[in-house]
Each structure stands twice: as structure tokens, then as C-alpha cells.
Design a protein around this ligand. Structure first.
Ligand SMILES: [Fe+2]
Ligand SMILES: [Fe+2]
Length: 470
């Protein structure tokens, strides 16, 4: 069941040959996807041989095969986690009833919207990252970037499969639109703001994979609970791939911190200007990048108080991440105290689920912060990195557009505007970070602003030539 059929045009474990209509529709979409990859994927590396992993099964153990391939030849396909026999709905008003193998008519447009919104983020991130290959800090990092890119492409396939298989003509049209919108495009932008932010340096990439891919993890986890079983199975397998993306973010930032501490020790100073002059990222600048990408990603969870979140949960479309860890799965009689600019208020729990999710996300984000701060503390440095308050720089929800400082305190508009360049990367900060982005591609060598990783990929040495350029 979990083995993947690679003998077909589209690798899959959903018996695509048994459904000729669907197979034809997807084979029609495939060249459009490849054209999109050629135009919007990583620039100028079509001919590079890259050491990539590809899914060969959907078992948690031993699911991946590592080998050298050119990115345009990557075998993108459709991989669903195995069905859980007798699975029943785990939350909401229909809790305990059998899960759905087809989309109930009354939820059709809502489900389609949820799938399209998730699907839109996958190619968007590839577009955001398309130029980064030119400034990679090492060959190891270059390979990781490409691994993430091909897997985000695969995640697009995951969502397009659902659209094609379960939403008929509307779904096919949506699948085409997923290739027509582009990150940052003035006329046809991607759906969510974070996925239209430019990403022109690797510090942003590490923050993006730490914060924004982690939002992805939370969205996928909540869809993994869905009563719509094909969506649940699709997302469960996507989570397996997603872990590596967050690993790149967490270890990337760790390596930046490590290198900065080395430079601080070597120079015997905590002075930002001197650290920068030595070609490392001062911790204050790193803090600004964390503030930017964390606050942007917090918007992805939606409004603090939301009737959509209530409806999606009650109807079984979207659960809470790790739903089984909770006691009450219906939530009709629960409330949550939510603080908005108008004050604290008790809100029906169903309407506060975005906030529940955002809070557990922030707890997950704290894990890396603790690790980095331990490194900083051990180096005898007084500076501490922190996450911004969930009220800071919000564009969606109760705190949208309000002048709040990174600690969560409301301040005057003038003070906010005056202080903002000290809280998120200013033009001068970006210019400095860009100046560090010099390509290093000699195997095993690292750019001066980042420490080497502790180990290579798949038990290979760090010095392995992960990418062969031609
Ligand atoms: Fe993804
Ligand atoms: Fe990802």
C-alpha cells in the first residue's frame, strides 16, 4: 500500500492508472508545472547535479532515497500516508462518525478555499527563494535550499491532486491559478502577505524556514485531523518532509549565532559595529530579522476572534494540531479569555481557535530561542534573543495596524514610527546583510558569517560535493 509506483509519468501511491480521467487531467497539468518550475524555480541551476532525497515510500522509517539528480528531473508525485482503518472524525459536532472519502456538498467551497490557500504557499516560497542559490554560504546550504525547493514543489502537487480528484472543473481551474499567481506580483500576488515578502538574503531564508515553515507545520497538523480523509492523509505525509525545512532554519540560525560568538570572542567585544566590520552578523541585527519574520508569520493564523475558525472546527474540516492531546473535542461549552485592545473578554472557545493555535505555535518557536540563548549565555555575553509579542506589527486581527512595541505595550504612533527601524531590519541593515552574501561553493568551505554544520547530509561528510555545477 505505501510503496510508490515510479514506473508511471506521475509517481504516485493512489492507483492513478485506475482512474484514467484523473490521470489525464494531471498529466495535462504536469507540463504546466514544469514550465512554471523552469520560469519561477531556482534560477540558473537547471543543469546542476544535486544530492537530493526523494520519497520512495510513505513509511515514517526509511521513506526517503538519496541520490544525485538534476532538479528539473526530480520525480514530483502524489504520495498519501496510508489510510487508518476505521478512522472516525476526532472533533467537532460530528465527532465519532466515519470520516469522509468524498467532499460533502455543503462544505465544498470552504474546503476548496482551505486547500487552495495552503497550496498557494508552496510554489510561493519557491518563487521567493529563487535567487538565493547565487549567494549560498556553502555547498551544503545550497543543497538544502534546493531540497526545500523541490519539496515545496511536491507539496503543490499534493494540493493539486486533491483539487483535481475531488473538486471537478472548479478544482482544475484552481490548479491552473496556483501557477498563475506569483509571489510579489503587483497584479496577481500570492494569497497571503508573508508569501509576497521579498527574500534576498540567507538570514531571511533561515528565519523564514524557522518561522514560516513552522506555521506550515501547524496548518498541516490541523489538516491532518480533518474529517476529509484524503486531505488528512496528504498532510500527514507532507509533515514528514516539512521537518527538514524547519531543521534548516533552526540549525541555520544556530550556526549564525555560533559564528558571531566566535568573532566576539576573537575581538573581545560585543560592539555591533566591530562585529559587522569583521563580517559577522551582530546579535542585534539577528534580533531584527527574528522580529520581522515572526510577526509576519503570526498573521498567518488569522484573527484572534474568528467565526470561520469556529465553523471549520465544528464541521470537522480543520482541527487543532495534535487534537488527541485535548480532553474536550467539541468545545460547545468552553470559553477562552482573549485580550484585545478593548480589554480582556471571554470568547466562546470555538471562535478563539486561531489564538489557541498561535499560542502553541509560539511555544514551539521558543525552543530554538532557548537553545540560542544558552549558547550566548555560555559565551559569557549578556545579550538575549527573544520573540516579539504576538501584538507587535500585526496586519490581521484585533491588533492590526496598532502601534505596539515588541514587548506588547501600546505606545504612541509617533514613537512607534520613530522606533520601528530599530526593531525590524532597516534599509541600512539589509544593505549590510546583503554585503555578506558572497557565494561560497568550494566543498566544505563556509562564508565568514556562518559556522559549519555539525554534520553533513545522510551521514556524508560536510565536505562532500553536494552540488555539482556545470
Ligand atoms: Fe510545504
Ligand atoms: Fe516547507
Amino acid at each position: 500500500m505505501s510503496a510508490i509506483n515510479y514506473s508511471e509519468k506521475i509517481p504516485n501511491n493512489v492507483n492513478l492508472t485506475n482512474d484514467r480521467t484523473l490521470q489525464r487531467a494531471l498529466e495535462h497539468w504536469q507540463p504546466q508545472f514544469l514550465q512554471w518550475w523552469g520560469e519561477m524555480g531556482p534560477t540558473d541551476f537547471e543543469k546542476a547535479d544535486v544530492y537530493l532525497r526523494t520519497a520512495i515510500s510513505v513509511d515514517a522509517q526509511g521513506w526517503a532515497h538519496y541520490g544525485v539528480t538534476r532538479m528539473p528531473d526530480y520525480r514530483w508525485g502524489i504520495f498519501l500516508a496510508d489510510a487508518v482503518p476505521g478512522r472516525s472524525i476526532g472533533f467537532g459536532d460530528q465527532m465519532g462518525q466515519p470520516v469522509w472519502q468524498q467532499v460533502p456538498g455543503e462544505y465544498r467551497s470552504t474546503l476548496r478555499r482551505l486547500i487552495v490557500t495552503q497550496g498557494d504557499t508552496e510554489p510561493a516560497s519557491v518563487e521567493q527563494q529563487r535567487l538565493l542559490g547565487h549567494t549560498c554560504p556553502s555547498m551544503y546550504d545550497l543543497r538544502n535550499l534546493f531540497q526545500i525547493n523541490v519539496e515545496e514543489g511536491r507539496h503543490l502537487w499534493a494540493m493539486v491532486y486533491l483539487l483535481h480528484a475531488y473538486f471537478g472543473r472548479d478544482g482544475r481551474e484552481e490548479a491552473e491559478e496556483l501557477l498563475a499567481r506569483h509571489s510579489g506580483d503587483a497584479d496577481k500576488p500570492r494569497i497571503l502577505t508573508t508569501f509576497n515578502e521579498p527574500m534576498s538574503d540567507w538570514l531571511s531564508l533561515f528565519c523564514f524556514t524557522y518561522f514560516t515553515d513552522r506555521d506550515g507545520k501547524y496548518q498541516l497538523k490541523s489538516f491532518a485531523e480533518s474529517a476529509f480523509d484524503p486531505l488528512s492523509r496528504t498532510c500527514r505525509f507532507m509533515l514528514t518532509e516539512e521537518a527538514h525545512h524547519m531543521f534548516v532554519g533552526e540549525t541555520g540560525i544556530s550556526r549564525v549565532v555560533k559564528r558571531t560568538l566566535e568573532v566576539m570572542k576573537q575581538l573581545g567585544t560585543e560592539d555591533s559595529a566591530r562585529i559587522r566590520a569583521h563580517g559577522a552578523v551582530d546579535l542585534q541585527t539577528l534580533q531584527k530579522y527574528l522580529n520581522f519574520w515572526c510577526s509576519s508569520s503570526l498573521d498567518l493564523f488569522g484573527s484572534e476572534i474568528s467565526s470561520n475558525s469556529a465553523a471549520n472546527f465544528a464541521s470537522g474540516l480543520k482541527g487543532r494540531p495534535d487534537e488527541t492531546q485535548y480532553e474536550d473535542h467539541v468545545l460547545r461549552n468552553k470559553t477562552l479569555n482573549v485580550v484585545t485592545p478593548e480589554g480582556a473578554q471571554d470568547v466562546p472557545m470555538l471562535n478563539a481557535l486561531n489564538e489557541v493555535m498561535r499560542e502553541s505555535y509560539l511555544k514551539d518557536c521558543e525552543i530554538g530561542l532557548k537553545r540560542w540563548n544558552r549558547m550566548i549565555e555560555r559565551a559569557g555575553c549578556a545579550f538575549r534573543l527573544s520573540l516579539p509579542s504576538s501584538r507587535f506589527r500585526r496586519a490581521i486581527g484585533a491588533w492590526a495596524g496598532l502601534p505596539v512595541d515588541p514587548q506588547g505595550k501600546m505606545i504612541s504612533k509617533e514613537e512607534y514610527e520613530k522606533s520601528l527601524p530599530g526593531w525590524i531590519p532597516s534599509d541600512a541593515d539589509k544593505l549590510f546583510v546583503h554585503s555578506l552574501m558572497q557565494r561560497v561553493i568550494e566543498p566544505g568551505k563556509m562564508a565568514g558569517w556562518i559556522a559549519p554544520p555539525e554534520r553533513g547530509i545522510n551521514n556524508l561528510p560536510v565536505e562532500y560535493a553536494y552540488v555539482k555545477l556545470h
